[in-house]
Design a protein around this ligand. Structure first.
Ligand code: FE
Ligand code: ZN
Length: 509
């Protein structure tokens, strides 16, 4: 007698995913759960049921690896083609690369740090769902770091300012703005990190940092960066969903979590927003061919998409829009002008160059900012007179820095363009200075943490930055002649002209 073999039963997608992920999890029997997961209680967050964490993607390692490999193959094909055809000569101008120098020095190292901390979450979150999501994000982030380094390394062959970016990230004054943002998140607990990076960074900064840099690339002929951007963008949308999942999970688990989450939203909105000062000036000043103004980007990505979309959804959980949001909305009118004015005057100590906006550029700024730009135009016109008299303006002294965001004090009160905004707190007899109410609020909640901030200016004065004079500090930064200062007449500017003259006389490049 023969028995016909039964057709194998096929598992549903959901069951298959569960078998490959959550079913592999186990409950510890010879150590208490608190010992196995020691870091998820000290922040005061209460989780009753980790299995309520829904994974919206149901990725397996197999699917993940195939998908990412496809994207990498496409990217590296573009990189090769661009390198072989001297594609860098088809950029709008060598000055465009200042935006990419800032990206490589300021943002790529953050990708690597995100990789490390998501690996930590992949070990230390109690539930298998969030652990696997964190593992995937950890892999995404190291891929981003690597693809960005590969993409931009081609420019390092021909242009200044791309070398030593990791070394610079740890030491240079303007890079301490993004670095301190991430250090703050890395040294927080796992849930605060999830809100800081998974939520604020992915939501606010993906739209207000990543997208503007990538559209800037596409508008200025930078095909490799644009391709890298597309390749990362599909990961970013996964990260944004994870961030939103995390926040909803915390809010649904226990009502006691709501005020903690609200504080982190307040804090990380302002910290993220302060980092975008670098993006604001990039959009309005650094790009030779403009994409949109900072004001337009802020209105579209923040006011419309986040304030009207996201925060309306979160209101259901009792979450209100972040504190100081009104200040950010006011600042959209002048943030970029004040940020670039700072960078312009200190670029002799930076690994990017700056230059006075042309008349045409200023006309565009006047159109974009009819109410506020006229004041700054007067400033630039004064500077043009300085230039005509041979006196390009660089500040030789050291500025006071905000204790929290570490940006040199240069932002003003909203309606008074000549009154510097300065706040202070006294903590244990010491005075600390801030650029804004937002930064003061952050300090006042965690004075013990922020009093330890590694402020580049204080460190120079304390003799911890190689030397007491500018050349010595620049050497300690590993800056080379040509990395910073004025763009016009700079080595990149001169080479650019020479290469294009050559291309013209030989009929192409
Ligand atoms: Fe990333
Ligand atoms: Zn500040």
């Amino acid at each position: 007698m023969t028995i016909a073999p039964k057709a194998p039963r096929k598992l549903s997608m959901k069951a298959r995913y569960s078998a490959l992920t959550r079913d592999l999890d186990w409950d510890p029997s010879y150590v208490p759960a608190e010992e196995m997961f020691p870091y998820t209680t000290f922040e005061g967050i209460t989780i009753h049921d980790w299995s309520k964490w829904e994974d919206p993607f149901r990725l397996t390692v197999d699917a993940y690896a195939k998908y990412q490999a496809e994207k990498d193959k496409r990217l590296y094909a573009v990189l090769d083609g661009f390198a072989q055809s001297q594609g860098h000569l088809s950029l709008t101008d060598a000055s465009y690369l200042n935006a990419m120098k800032l990206f490589l020095q300021g943002v790529s190292p953050l990708e690597y740090q995100a990789h490390r901390n998501f690996a930590y979450l992949a070990r230390h979150l109690n539930g298998p769902g969030p652990r696997f999501a964190s593992l995937c994000q950890s892999l995404d982030e190291i891929r981003h770091a690597q693809t960005e380094i590969h993409t931009l390394s081609n420019y390092n062959k021909y242009y200044s300012g791309f070398h030593s970016y990791l070394h610079m990230h740890d030491r240079v004054w303007y890079l301490s703005v993004p670095k301190s943002f991430f250090d703050d998140a890395l040294s927080a607990g796992p849930f605060e990190f999830l809100i800081a990076i998974g939520f604020s960074f992915e939501y606010l900064l993906t739209n207000l940092l990543f997208v503007p840099f990538m559209s800037g690339a596409s508008f200025n002929g930078d095909l490799p960066t644009m391709t890298f951007g597309f390749s990362a963008q599909s990961d970013e949308s996964r990260h944004m969903t994870l961030g939103l999942e995390a926040i909803k999970f915390l809010l649904e688990q226990d009502e006691k979590n709501v005020p903690l989450v609200q504080h982190w939203i307040n804090k990380w909105f302002w910290r993220g927003y302060r980092v975008t000062a670098l993006v604001a000036q990039m959009l309005d000043y650094m790009l030779p061919r403009k994409v949109m103004s900072w004001k337009e980007a802020f209105e579209l990505y923040f006011e419309q998409q986040m304030m009207n979309g996201l925060f309306q959804d979160l209101a259901y959980y009792g979450i209100t829009p972040p504190l100081h949001v009104d200040k950010a909305i006011q600042e959209k009118e002048y943030l970029s002008h004040q940020a670039y004015w700072i960078l312009y005057q200190f670029s002799h100590a930076a690994a990017f160059t700056t230059s006075i906006p042309t008349e045409e550029h200023m006309d565009w700024l006047t159109e974009q900012y009819p109410d506020t730009f006229p004041v700054y135009r007067t400033l630039w016109e004064k500077e043009r007179k300085n230039l005509e008299n041979g006196g390009r303006h660089f500040i030789r002294g050291l500025p006071q820095l905000c204790q929290v965001c570490q940006i040199p004090m240069g932002f003003t009160e909203a309606d008074e363009p000549f009154v510097q905004c300065q706040r202070e707190s006294i903590y244990e007899g010491e005075r600390y200075n801030f650029c804004s109410d937002g930064c003061k609020y952050i300090f006042d909640h965690e004075p013990v943490k922020f009093r330890q901030a590694w402020l580049p200016v204080h460190q120079i004065y304390q003799g911890n930055c190689g030397a007491a004079d500018l050349p010595g500090v620049l050497q300690w930064y590993k800056m080379q002649p040509g990395d910073g200062g004025e763009y016009l007449g700079n080595v990149d500017n001169e080479n650019w002209k020479t290469w294009h003259d050559m291309a013209e006389t030989t009929g192409g490049h």
